[in-house]
Ligand binder design. Structure first.
Ligand SMILES: *[C@@H]1O[C@H](CO)[C@@H](O)[C@H](O)[C@H]1NC(C)=O
Ligand SMILES: *[C@@H]1O[C@H](CO)[C@@H](O)[C@H](O)[C@H]1NC(C)=O
Ligand SMILES: *[C@@H]1O[C@H](CO)[C@@H](O)[C@H](O)[C@H]1NC(C)=O
Ligand SMILES: *[C@@H]1O[C@H](CO)[C@@H](O)[C@H](O)[C@H]1NC(C)=O
Ligand SMILES: *[C@@H]1O[C@H](CO)[C@@H](O)[C@H](O)[C@H]1NC(C)=O
Length: 892
């Protein structure tokens, strides 16, 4: 491997990314939905183990085993990611003296549930409601705790006998322990990381190889919903004894310009054979259409490298080449996400026979994390980012490509160009999507280090696992062009322990630099100040809430807790060489479509029962002026950023609502912080960010709705979000005043409007010309339902999804904004109902329910085509006294 260059904070990071498909050589299969269950290229076969799993869950430990008891057998799996051999773990002998009936080949699992992986055992509920429950609001009130067992048979063909066969698990929640044919193989405790186990030594010819996986999910282990089970993909990888290793290619670029780029390649080859092997390595680079996975013309070749591999050894080989006229990867808001694919082949020296083929997707680009902002290919790109937790709403933690893609489509529409994977490694397929859609990524690994946030969180295993987790995470992800920064921690307790905490930070940063010297390493600071040593450990300054200030304005003055003045400027002065960004901003809270009176006259206020909240109904006003105690409205956040052009941008907390952490109401099930609700419906805030992030789009959005029986004569403030600079509001034709945008003002507000039924209309102007208009009307009684699907044609692969939105409408087809009718879904034909939702954080109806109350006029049904079944899917929605609606989805 090429010598690592030392990172200095002022260094300009020249990146290249590429994406390693260590599981699947057929790029299109993974990227366009992981849809092929089996892929094969010369020498390598990758099989998705999605079906035929047997599953059993119990809240009490059913087998008497624990991770602590067996960890001596599990820790050796970390060795490949521990740099210092003296820190390696040795598997004890003899084998553990335990009887594990669920791991035995003879165990009868025929009465266990049949499940498909990815699988989240907790998402079907029921919710724990009330206090003194095993899992409270923080972790989403769903039954994540306990022990889950998964069993599946694996067939070994005669042709496989000479192969090396690996089990690749993208994520298992949590404390995975794996047996094959009754033999304990190993495992991996951190539920968000990917890991590989070698099945080869214990495989037998035939169909009866029994895989058994035990997962153990403690309570009080997370600050959000973790899910439970084999919630990401599981793969079987069959390769020649001599093969490209796990995450075994690493490509970087240098001297990138529009006329040429230098590509540096390191390939790690493993020889599991007990004889010496002489091979040569060839790698060609092709254009790639990331949407279709189709390969275009060849643009470069690396020089062939001959390698002699001693038995049982692995060898790294590096080489460089030049690509002429590269089409650069870029961020979608002003550039294009062009990609390439490198095809690495291992050939036997003697016969020129190809024994392995390995694909690495890559993008050629430069990142320059400068103190004046982030430059991508030399152009300043403002980070218009959101934080995203890993759950997919009503689908829970079980990863689904289409569900993740839909989230990105919705976020992109509002102008988002960056995602922080708060606060854990994401599914690999999410990074594939982010690459091809041209988003920036802050890839984050830990929420806690040595110091706990919860009694059973990562701090318990940090001492033994942090190096292996961090190195394997970076090796897995370092080729993705979208990743511009690593984050090794979020709001960790080590911020408070002076030199001790700084030493831990330096160690993590060192590991990250060793594993990938091309990107800055950061951690998010919600407490550490410019004059402390902790921030000095990092290449970039990432502030959570401190940039805009915490509890620093009069509406927050009555609150206890640390008060912090806005710190962007102070950090910029203290670290004049470092990029500064808002890694968590806002924590504005709201319930979609719920408006609570009176409305604060401030631009940002904390929530209580006289200020934007209702602790009985568990709702927060969607006037979008209210925040968590430590947070700020979007408006206040913008006020804090805009005087400082050096701020690289922000990651809003959060893009989508997520399960768990339902601040300010712990008795709810899901968060209030999303710009978009849990079902994927935009809140009013969506249009506030869209006006800012897509200033050229002609937008005007009025709030609240204008159907308020009983409010006649009462003051009902009207606010407008628009990309215009002037706006005039009319109520039933009468002007309420024409307003001009003031500096650091992000909404037009008419706070004295007196409600009368009828029509609200806004006309906006930019540079004196009419820009955009909007109207909101008083609507009639609910009369019917209207259905719309995000996709009219879905693949009959058992994975693709249609998201069907139901609107409750009046006789003129206008959405009834407070409708809460109970809707019953009926799905027939070639599909099935997976889940329903409505985005209400306080709705405890289980997600798989066919019945769902509309929440402020809307509900959602998620429908899947049954694998292999042909024909249409018919979705019917009905509700008492309303006209039935029907929609047909085609399958292919
Ligand atoms: C294995 O465990 C059993 C029961 O705990 C015990 O009786 C036996 O002596 C143990 N065998 C060995 C070799 O330690
Ligand atoms: C730092 O570590 C030392 C040694 O473990 C300990 O005595 C001290 O209290 C720690 N300081 C802080 C601020 O945590
Ligand atoms: C940092 O500055 C604050 C005042 O701005 C001061 O109270 C604090 O003692 C300083 N801390 C250190 C470690 O110098
Ligand atoms: C509620 O919040 C407002 C600020 O929005 C504050 O003025 C008021 O004192 C708070 N009420 C209580 C009971 O804390
Ligand atoms: C809060 O919600 C409850 C339950 O929906 C309702 O009865 C009450 O009127 C609401 N309070 C206010 C002040 O609106």
């Amino acid at each position: 491997m090429r010598a690592h260059f030392r990172l200095e904070s002022a260094i300009r990071f020249l990146g290249l990314g590429f994406l390693i498909l260590n599981h699947s050589p057929i790029v299109a299969a993974r990227v366009v939905g992981g849809r092929n269950s089996e892929t094969q290229t010369s020498g390598r076969q990758v099989i998705k183990l999605d079906s035929d799993w047997r599953f059993s869950h119990s809240f009490e430990n059913p087998d008497g085993i624990s991770y602590d008891q067996l960890k001596a057998y599990i820790l050796p799996g970390a060795n490949a990611f521990i740099a210092d051999p003296s820190g390696h773990h040795h598997r004890p002998s003899p084998e553990p003296n335990i009887t594990v009936q669920y791991a035995d080949n003879g165990f009868d699992d025929s009465n266990w549930e049949i499940v498909r992986v990815p699988h989240d055992w907790a998402i079907k509920g029921p919710f724990y409601v009330g206090s003194n429950v095993p899992v409270g609001g923080g972790m989403g009130r769903l039954p994540v705790q306990g022990v889950g067992w998964y069993r599946r048979k694996i067939a070994i063909e005669p042709a496989d006998i000479d192969k090396e066969i690996y089990l690749d698990i993208d994520g298992a929640m949590s404390y995975a322990i794996v047996w094959l044919n009754g033999k304990l193989l190993g495992g991996w405790p951190y539920g968000y990381n990917s890991f590989r186990l070698d099945l080869t030594p214990h495989l037998i010819r035939g169909k009866d190889n029994q895989l058994a996986i035990r997962l153990d999910n403690p309570t009080k282990s997370s600050r959000w919903y973790p899910g439970g089970g084999l919630y990401r993909n599981v793969w079987l990888t069959k390769v020649d004894k001599t093969h490209v290793g796990q995450s075994g290619t690493y490509i970087t670029t240098e001297d990138v310009s529009s006329s040429s780029a230098t590509l540096n390649l390191a390939v790690s080859v493993e020889n599991k054979a007990n004889i010496k092997r002489d091979i040569y390595i060839s790698t060609d680079v092709f254009q790639l259409n990331p949407e279709t996975g189709k390969r275009g013309s060849k643009v470069a070749s690396f020089p062939r490298a001959s390698v002699s591999l001693p038995p049982g050894q692995s060898v790294d080989s590096s080489s460089s080449t030049t690509a002429r006229n590269p089409q650069l990867w870029g961020v979608w808001t002003s550039q294009k996400p062009n990609m390439y694919v490198a095809i690495t082949k291992l050939h036997t020296s003697a016969s020129n026979h190809v024994i392995d083929t390995y694909e690495t997707r890559l993008g050629i680009r430069t990142f320059d994390p400068s103190p004046e902002g982030l430059l991508v290919n030399g152009e300043r790109v403002r980070i218009q980012g959101v934080n995203q937790h890993h759950d997919l709403g009503a689908l829970g933690a079980a990863f689904n490509v289409r569900a993740a893609e839909r989230q990105l489509e919705i976020l992109r529409d509002l102008g988002v160009n960056a995602v922080r994977t708060s606060h854990n490694p994401p599914a690999p397929e999410l990074l594939d999507l982010l690459d091809r859609k041209g988003f920036l990524v802050m890839d984050e690994i830990f929420d806690s280090w040595e110091i706990q946030k919860n009694p059973n969180d990562f701090h318990l295993i940090f001492p033994e696992w942090h190096e292996a987790d961090l190195r394997s995470f970076i090796r897995r992800d370092r080729n993705h062009p979208s990743i511009y920064s690593w984050s090794v921690g979020n709001e960790v307790g080590e911020q408070y322990t002076g030199a001790n905490g700084t030493a831990v930070a330096r160690r993590l940063v060192e590991i990250a630099h060793e594993t990938d010297p091309t990107r800055p390493v950061t951690a998010s600071l919600n407490y550490a100040k410019p004059n402390m040593t902790f921030p000095t450990a990092f290449d970039a300054i990432s502030l959570n809430y401190q940039g805009e200030g915490i509890r620093d304005t009069p509406p927050y003055s009555h609150l206890s807790g640390i008060k912090t003045s806005p710190l962007y400027s102070a950090f910029h002065s203290a670290f004049p060489d470092k990029l500064i960004e808002g890694s968590e901003t806002a924590s504005a809270l709201s319930s979609r479509g719920t408006y609570i009176f009176p409305v604060t006259s401030e631009i940002s206020a904390p929530i209580n029962d006289t200020s934007g909240g209702n602790s009985t109904s568990l709702q927060v006003s969607a006037y979008e002026l209210y925040s968590a105690d430590y947070g700020a409205s979007a408006d206040k956040t913008f006020v804090g950023q805009d005087p400082y052009s050096f701020v690289a941008g922000e990651f809003v907390w959060t893009g989508f609502d997520y399960l768990g952490e339902p601040t300010p109401y712990d008795s709810a099930r899901s968060s209030y912080s999303g710009i978009v609700d849990l079902a994927g419906f935009p809140k009013d805030r969506y249009y506030l960010y869209q006006a800012r992030w897509r200033p050229d789009l002609r937008t005007a959005h009025i709030l609240p709705h204008w159907t308020w029986p009983g409010r006649a004569g009462e003051v009902t403030p009207v606010h407008v979000f628009t990309s215009a600079d002037e706006a005039e509001l009319f109520l039933n034709g009468e002007s309420q005043g024409r307003l001009v945008r003031e500096q650091y003002s992000y909404r037009f507000r008419w706070d004295e409007v007196v409600y009368a039924p009828g029509e609200l209309r806004v006309v906006t102007y930019k540079n004196g010309e009419v820009w955009a208009k909007a109207t909101v009307e008083t609507v009639g009684e609910a009369a019917g339902l209207r259905l719309a699907a995000d996709q009219s044609l879905i693949r009959a692969d058992g994975e693709d999804l249609a998201y069907v939105t139901v609107e409750v409408v009046d006789s003129k087809g206008r959405v009834v904004p407070q409708a809460s009718d109970t809707i019953t879904f009926d799905v027939s034909g070639a599909g099935e109902l997976v889940a329903t939702d409505n985005g209400n954080p306080a709705d405890f109806t289980v997600f798989p329910s066919k019945q769902r109350k509309a929440y402020n006029g809307l509900a959602l049904a998620i429908v899947r085509a049954k694998a292999g079944e042909r024909g249409p899917i018919i979705i019917r929605a009905s509700a008492a006294k309303l006209e039935i609606a029907r929609i047909v989805i085609k399958t292919s």
